[in-house]
Design a binder for this molecule. Structure first.
Ligand SMILES: Nc1nc2c(ncn2[C@@H]2O[C@H](COP(=O)(O)OP(=O)(O)OP(=O)(O)O)[C@@H](O)[C@H]2O)c(=O)[nH]1
Ligand SMILES: [Mg+2]
Length: 521
């Protein structure tokens, strides 16, 4: 159905059209009248009027044409960066800063802060990081040497020539700002230090605004995987098939076609380029002055125009957007790294809490030989341990809640028969390897300490998951912990440590604050 609001609009258009036709008719007749008046004066004057009129009309047409062309032609200076991208990057950096502030390890915090200031500084400076990445000996350093036109790094046929990443300023015509070309060690190097060098290369690649992935043959799995992972992360990438001087044109085209097919959906076909960073010299026959001929090796110029042109075009058109997108990605990765560190530190603190309470249990049961079950049922240790673990994971938990989950745990230990099962397992350990200590409630002390250990681990999981026992409820969570630690080796080590602590306390009465942390098993 036609909307009634359109009629006034259509009527207005008709009126404007009639007015425009009227104006044009008036203009034509006025100009005509003027021309006639001049012509009446003299023929020459009439002719001059006509010439001026034609010149003016042509100038007007040219001006209008240029105006239209400028509004249609794509902007050469690069598309403006979406404001929300810049804002998102700033917000993400702020969030990362908040997480980093909570990291306890000073050295790690300093390293994260260093990365954060790099990300923040990146917002202010117009800098583009082009990182050259790929398998060892693919020709990465040769490529940088050729692009810069000077030798900045050693190139050799053996893998592992470049040991560390290095950045160099690269002047690109038409690109506003500073471009850094970064050389990286090769991927998949076998031998000493290869893995660490690969890790460094991956970290440098993760910071790139633009990645140049260098290959010297068809793509193999160890190349496809890191490239695909980086592209999926949002890394803008160009692939260079290097050393094409070694191939016939037909072979080069076949490899290019295969690469384009393999990388379809990941890298645009225009971004997969052939070139030769350091083509081998070719033998040529030259004639000597005396008429004889000799064969000499003639050096070949690098063939990198297509790559150079592509990099320039990308930086000009998308550089700013890439930079903002990359800052967002880096801030996001930084946040995640800081979050992982926080989790690691929390888990470490939780382990310290569990160990503290398991050894308190061992000591208490050993020195007060009341029935172990009674001790367990009193919840004396369990409740305090729950409160401390909740604190480690940032939860405030009421006393009644502590009591509720503590009691639930004790009942489950009893229901599953874990008290008897543990006691008999520990008794077996004492019989086989700790014969001398079997007397005096040691078995009971170690059994209760072990039950404190597995309930502590289960509570830690509960808080780590955001106060839930997980899919199978408390029963499954507790059995899982028991299964993880009821192996003979773990129990033997656990019993040994418990006995050492309990007996050293009994013999010497370890002064407060000098307790040795138990080694993790
Ligand atoms: N034929 C030919 N050889 C090349 C070309 N580019 C590089 N090379 C040779 O390939 C070998 C390895 O080159 P590099 O530049 O050292 O390779 P890289 O990727 O930096 O190696 P790593 O630093 O070990 O990871 C050297 O012998 C180069 O001369 C090329 O376009 N054609
Ligand atoms: Mg190298």
């Amino acid at each position: 159905m036609r909307s009634p609001t359109r009629y006034p609009y259509a009527a207005l258009m008709v009126v404007l059209l009639i007015a425009a036709i009227g104006l044009a008719a008036w203009l034509v007749s006025s100009v005509n009248e003027l021309h006639e008046r001049f012509a009446r004066e003299s023929r020459g004057l009439g002719l001059a009027f006509l010439v001026v009129l034609i010149v003016l009309m042509m100038a007007g047409a040219i001006w209008l044409g240029r105006l239209a062309w400028r509004s249609r032609a794509p902007k050469q200076a690069g598309t403006p960066v979406p404001a929300d991208l810049i804002q998102a990057a700033a917000l993400q950096a702020e969030q990362a800063e908040g997480v980093i502030r909570r990291v306890g390890d000073e050295a790690v915090r300093a390293e994260l802060n260093r990365e954060l200031s790099e990300v923040k500084a990146g917002r202010e400076h117009r800098e583009f990081r082009v990182v050259v990445f790929g398998t060892g000996s693919a020709g990465k350093t040769s490529l940088i040497n050729a692009l810069l036109g000077r030798e900045i790094g050693k190139t050799e046929a053996v893998m592992g020539t470049t040991q560390h990443g290095e950045s160099h300023t690269y002047t690109m015509q038409g690109v506003e700002g500073t471009v850094y070309l970064t050389d990286t060690p090769g991927l998949s190097e076998i031998g000493s230090g290869g893995a660490a060098r690969e890790q460094e290369a991956r970290e440098l690649a993760a910071r790139a605004d633009l990645l140049v992935f260098v290959l010297d043959h068809d793509l193999i799995r160890t190349e496809y995987e890191p490239l695909a992972a980086l592209v999926r992360q949002g890394k803008r990438s160009v692939v260079l098939l290097n050393k094409t001087d070694r191939f016939t044109d037909a072979d080069r085209d076949a490899i290019l076609a295969k690469l384009r097919e393999r990388l379809r959906g990941l890298v645009a076909s225009d971004d997969i380029i052939a070139g030769a960073a350091a083509p081998r010299p070719i033998p040529v026959r030259v004639q000597r002055g005396d008429g004889s001929t000799e064969t000499i090796l003639e050096g070949q110029a690098p063939q990198l125009e297509a790559l150079r042109e592509r990099i320039g075009r990308i930086l000009k058109r998308e550089g700013e957007t890439l930079r903002a997108g990359n800052l967002l990605l880096r801030a996001h990765l930084l946040s995640r790294k800081a979050q992982d560190q926080l989790s690691k530190e929390r888990d470490q603190k939780a382990q310290d809490v569990i160990e503290k309470f398991q050894w308190i249990t061992a000591g208490t049961v050993f020195t007060n030989p009341f029935p172990a079950l009674e001790f367990l049922a009193s919840g004396a240790v369990q409740f305090q341990m729950i409160s401390e673990l909740a604190g480690v994971y940032g939860f405030e938990i009421s006393a009644s809640n502590v009591r509720m989950i503590g009691t639930e745990m004790i009942q489950m230990l009893l229901k599953l028969g874990l008290v008897e099962a543990t006691t008999s397992l520990i008794a077996g350990i004492f019989k086989s390897s700790l014969v001398g200590y079997a007397a005096g409630g040691a078995v009971q002390a170690v059994s209760m300490a072990y039950l404190t250990h597995i309930s502590g681990e289960t509570f830690a999981d509960y808080f780590r998951r955001g106060q839930t026992w997980g899919d199978g409820g408390l029963q499954a969570a507790l059995i899982h912990q028991f299964d993880l630690t009821s192996r003979a080796e773990f129990l033997q080590e656990f019993a040994k440590q418990a006995v050492q602590r309990v007996s050293s306390k009994l013999l010497h009465g370890t002064p407060k604050g000098q307790e040795q942390p138990a080694s993790r098993t």
